[in-house]
Design a protein around this ligand. Sequence first.
Ligand SMILES: Nc1ncnc2c1ncn2[C@@H]1O[C@H](COP(=O)(O)OP(=O)(O)OP(=O)(O)O)[C@@H](O)[C@H]1O
Length: 243
Amino acid sequence: MKKLLGIMRRTIESYGMISDGDRVAVGLSGGKDSMALLMLLKKYQSFAPVKFHLEAITVDMGFNTFNLEAAQAFCKMLDVPYEIAKTDIAKVVFEIREEKNPCALCANMRRGVLSDVMKARGLNKLALGHHQDDALSTLFLNMLYAGKLNTLEYISYLSRADIHVIRPFLDAPESEVIRTIQSEKIPVLKSPCPMDRRTKRESINQMLENLEKEVPHSRKSLVTAMRNEAQCNLFKNKKDPLK
Ligand SMILES: Nc1ncnc2c1ncn2[C@@H]1O[C@H](COP(=O)(O)OP(=O)(O)OP(=O)(O)O)[C@@H](O)[C@H]1O
């Protein structure tokens, strides 16, 4: 956990993610990333140079099989206030709209519910569990399906809700999160979503895994390339220098 905590601390402090008096909510899916993030933010709170308040919120999508008891017990153990927002998002996405590409609509609706709960509870920062490997797969998703070079941001602003979204794990490799989950015996809930492990993101992750076998350290090089702003030379709409 120490290593992940160190990475997270550096990210938070170098991007100024949390300020004195902030009221931070962790979006708690019950999955490994957000469960680890909640535990590490709680730890960070005890020695951080700024004072901030921490809570957790789960948007219950309305799948019958979703059991949040372990998440409730985890928050109680950490002494973190916990709110569960019950919704029928699953029904809207899968039954009413019969979405072919349900993930985008689902994420949008979830974000709306999260901001409503945050407003009602006077919370101003939403911490999400995305890590470095998510940033990489997002880059590929955007390139392959949206034709743009774009990835997750460290900090973004939801102007409609006046909320900042922060991603304290964005410099952390997924392997470090997994190691922490195992060493700290953090409970992880099984996702009730029928799309779990069947998304485009999953296929991209598989592709990146295969690439790693063919080109060792490709993941690391790709992340380095993403950071290498000085060497970023892409086609621009400039005049042909030969004319
Ligand atoms: N139902 C939910 N309620 C609250 N926050 C959520 C919920 N689902 C996802 N989130 C937040 O959004 C982040 C990204 O969601 P995504 O579905 O991509 O999860 P993930 O990468 O599998 O992470 P995790 O392991 O935390 O589920 C999560 O890490 C979490 O912070």
